[in-house]
Design a protein around this ligand. Sequence first.
Ligand code: THU
Length: 140
Amino acid sequence: MKLPAPLCRKLERAARTAAKASYSPYSKFRVGAAILAGSGKIYIGTNVENASYGLCNCAERTAIFTAVAAGEDTVKAVAVYTPTRTATLPCGACRQVINEFGPAALVISVCDQPDRIETTLECLLPAAFGPQNLLHRRKA
Ligand code: THU
């Protein structure tokens, strides 16, 4: 799926803005994400770190969990901003979480330079394990 250019720019801007609220005293790596949800609304998230490092939450997951908490169940697109010279794609854990709500989602990465990546979740996480793999359990 390709987004209309103005909507794409809006999503990217939202991701850049979200990074300003980053709580990243340990990595000092301020990440922002914006989700285009099924309703058409945009939800933002940022990375939230913890003194117990393993509890750090990525920007993408913060945005998706916020969207789900607001009643959304579909992710159409994810934009992520990293403070880097080249565009950075979501980590493996975030790919798995995106897959849960948007197996066909568009993924856009932007950074501090013109470099950008536009791809799909299917490209980033082929043959993903997802809700369909547990369907037989729901029937029981
Ligand atoms: N981070 C994200 O927010 N998203 C990613 O896709 C990769 C990493 C965060 C987690 C941590 O707070 C910091 O970046 C350094 O890994």
